[in-house]
Each structure stands twice: as C-alpha cells, then as structure tokens.
Design a protein around this ligand. Structure first.
Ligand code: UD1
Length: 425
C-alpha cells in the first residue's frame, strides 16, 4: 500500500512524451458509486474502479458498516459490494483521511433511519462545509444534531421527498441527496443541482439498480422513491481529470499522446481552452489524440461548475500557462485557498502573482527543476507536470497526495518516454 507513504518522485525534465496512456476509471465517480452499495443488500459489482488510496479508504469505511467489499479481479479494478448494514457510525479515523466519506450519510440514513458520521473538517484547499448536505436531509425529514465533531442524524419516520433548491451547485451534496431520495417516500426535486459527469454516472448506476430518476445530466433531478433497490453491474466512467492532466503533459513537453478511453464530451471547457492555447485534441474511436501544434499561448481560465473549467484542472493548467507565450489570468471561484502550488512553481522559475481569487501567470521561457512539496492531490500532479517540462531534476515530496488520486502515474508517464521514478521513502 502506498497510503501515507513518504515516497518521493524524481523527474528529469525535457523529454517529449509520445505513445499511449490508458485512462483509469474516475476516482470521483467511484467513491459515490461505492457508497451506493449501502442502498441494497444485493450485490453491486463495479468495474474500472481505480486502485487508489481513496478507493481503498472508502472500501474500509463500507466494510466497517458491514458491507463485504471484495476486489474480484486480479487487477483490482472490479469490486463486489454486498451485505447488510451492521453499524451506522462512520468514525473520525476514517473520515479524516477522506472528505468523501460524508457520502455514506444519505444512504445510511435512508436505509436504517439513523447515522452518526464524523464531520470531515477543513482541508488544505479551504474550509469546505457540509451544510448543504445536512440542510437537504433535514428538508427530507431528518433530525440532525452536531455533537463532539459528529453529525448525529435520525429519521424516526423515515425520509420523505422534498423540493430542494441549492444556493450553489455542490457535487457531494447532490450525490448524497440523490442516493437518499432513491429510497425516500415520494418525490424529491433537486434544483440547481451539480451536473458533473460523475453525478450522471452515479444516476445511471442507481437507475440500473431500480431507481426512478429523471433529468439526469441536467441541473434539475427528479427522483421518485422506490421501496428497494437491487443489485447491478456498472462500469465506472473514465477519469476526466486524469485525461485533462495527461493532455497538459503532452502539451507541456511538446509531445503527442493517445489517451485511451478519454472522452471529449466530459472535458467541457477544457478542450476549448486548451485549443485556444495551441493544443489540439481530437476524438478517435478509442479515445483522444492530444498534441501541441506550435507554441503555447496564454489564455485565461476561470473555474466553474461543470461544464465550465474544472477546479480540479486549475493547478495543472497553470503549469502549462507558466511556460506559454504571454500572460494569462487564472481565476478560482470554487475553493478559497487553492493556489498553494503557486509558491512551489515560482521556486521552479515560474512568474505567477496571486491577487485574491485570481493569479496572473506571465509565461517564462523555461522552468528549472527543484525539490518541491505538494499539499493536495491536484497541486501534487501539477508539480509532476512542471518537472516534466523543467530543465534538470525535480523531486516531488509528500507523494501520498498523488497516490490518493492518480493511478500508477510514474509508470504511465515513464512508458511514454518521461524520465520519472519513485524513490521509496
Ligand atoms: C467534489 C470533488 C472535488 C472537486 C469538487 C468541485 C469528489 C470526491 N470531490 O468535491 O474533487 O474539486 O467536487 O468540483 O467528487 N459547499 C458548501 N456547502 C456544502 C458543500 C459544498 O458551501 O455543504 C461549497 C464548497 O465549499 C465549495 C463548493 O460548494 O466552495 C463546491 O463544493 P462541492 O461541489 O460540494 O465539492 P465536493 O463534493 O466536496
């Protein structure tokens, strides 16, 4: 296991990448899909689940709720979930490792009428409250108290349908409430819901399990509760953030990559923004071809809910912009503290100034390798990208962030010509 390892990654920059990278299943789709395993005692089989610290953590959480979690293929990518809920508490020790643990709250509550889930607390990218999850469940009949760092939730009469209008789209709250609504009494409408592809993937799986959901893929979901859900087999969508990240890797090294399994329709504003910056992305029957045309140009980007430019691509895009010709303004509107990669990139020779929610990136001719450290997983992979493009050697420390979200990153890049290796710590 690589969880919390002190491994480092050493990169010697300046190699053009070429070849093929197989895109893994989406981490952010897998986590809610695994939580959906709590909605039935029958077997839910999920294929193309990435082997990552976060999916392992979610497996541990489900196991201690009583669910049998098995990896049923040798590659570890197919999971079987099933069994009765025997424990409705999600303890701090697991939740603190991964905020997405809060996704068990809705399913536990609707199945057992009670749940006790540790509050996730802050994280490196901001305060990240869960008030929208809790308010929505209260509208559906839950009684919620906060006590000793835990959410104590009860629904003595069970949950019922409600019309919930989100003040802003939240991926996690939408997922939690969709899952709860599938088994609630009556109709739930979620308005101004998030509509990220991971939510669509969750809804598709829930429908395969017998749920009644309409408006899938839009910002208004209507869910008619049913008495029970049954087992199903579902294949997780390809990871759009991994796809976008390797597209940036091809672009920043002046290379060309085939991203097998990558989907253009899930990239949203990323395709357009990269195209303007000088990166060509074309769809083929097996995935996406990415190559850089000539030079890179500075192009502004602003993070927004899907289909806008994803906050989870902001750090990687900023690295690309740091070696583009001209300046660009990169604005973060989703999280308040998501520029921690900036000082590290500046240590590598980038010229980036942060003013509030925006960063002015003035392109420099080249980056220089340096020892750097990451504080969250997207920042961490952005430093790997910087290392690929930099002159000399880069050591990325605190690699456990990377292991939470990117499967086999050094193997995938090395197979395409990068000089990259893991140094066990
Ligand atoms: C998910 C993704 C994460 C991504 C984020 C935004 C997973 C496991 N994680 O996180 O990688 O960066 O979407 O695309 O899928 N908010 C509230 N109250 C709430 C919930 C959210 O104020 O109860 C705010 C957040 O602070 C943030 C915004 O809403 O400013 C969006 O957060 P949300 O979409 O909920 O992100 P997550 O589901 O946590």
């Amino acid at each position: 296991m690589t969880t919390m390892s002190m491994d480092r990654i050493r990169i010697r920059g300046g190699h053009r990448l070429s070849g093929e990278i197989a895109i893994s299943g989406a981490k952010n789709a897998s986590l809610p899909l695994m939580a959906a395993g709590l909605l039935t005692e029958e077997r839910l089989v999920l294929s193309r689940v990435p082997v990552l610290a976060d999916t392992t953590t979610m497996g541990q959480l489900l196991a201690q709720h009583g669910i049998a979690v098995e990896r049923i293929t040798n590659d570890g990518h197919t999971l079987s979930l099933g069994g009765a809920i025997t424990n409705t508490e999600a303890p701090y020790d697991i939740v603190r490792k991964m905020r997405a643990s809060i996704l068990v709250l809705g399913p536990l509550l609707v199945r057992t009428r009670q749940a006790r889930v540790s509050l996730p607390g802050g994280c490196a990218i901001g305060t990240r409250p869960v008030d929208l999850h809790l308010k929505g469940l209260e509208q559906m009949g839950a009684v919620i108290e906060l006590d000793g760092g835990y959410v104590n939730a009860r629904a003595p009469q069970g949950l019922h349908g409600a019309t919930i209008v989100f003040p802003m789209p939240s991926v996690g709250a939408t997922e939690n409430l969709v899952m709860a609504a599938c088994l609630a009494d009556g109709r739930t409408v979620l308005a101004n819901a998030a509509r990220e592809p991971e939510i669509t993937d969750l809804c598709d799986c829930l429908v395969a399990m017998g749920a009644q959901i309409s408006g899938i893929g839009t910002d208004r979901l209507t869910i008619d509760g049913v008495h029970a859900l049954h087992g199903a087999h579902h294949e997780v969508i390809a990871d759009r953030i991994e796809t976008g990240t390797y597209a940036c890797a091809a672009a920043i090294t002046g290379g060309a990559l085939h991203l097998a399994g990558g989907r253009m329709d899930h990239l949203g504003a990323v395709t357009r923004t990269l195209a303007e910056a000088g990166v060509e992305i074309t769809e083929t029957p097996t995935g996406l071809d990415v190559r850089r045309m000539n030079g890179l140009h500075g192009v502004d980007a602003i993070t927004e809910p899907y289909p806008g430019f994803p906050t989870d691509m902001q750090a990687q895009y900023m690295v690309l912009m740091s070696v583009a010709e001209g300046a660009s303004l990169v604005t973060e509107t989703i999280f308040e503290n998501r520029f921690m990669h900036v000082p590290e990139l500046n240590r590598m020779g980038a010229n980036i100034n942060v003013h509030g929610k925006s960063a002015i990136v003035r392109g420099v001719p080249y980056l220089s390798g340096a020892p750097v450290m990451a504080t969250d997983l997207r920042a961490s992979v952005s430093l790997v990208l910087a290392g690929l493009a930099a002159r000399g050697e880069t050591i990325v420390n605190e690699v456990y962030h990377l292991d939470r979200g990117f499967e086999a990153v050094e193997q995938k890049l090395a197979a395409c010509g990068a000089d990259i290796e893991r140094i066990p710590g």
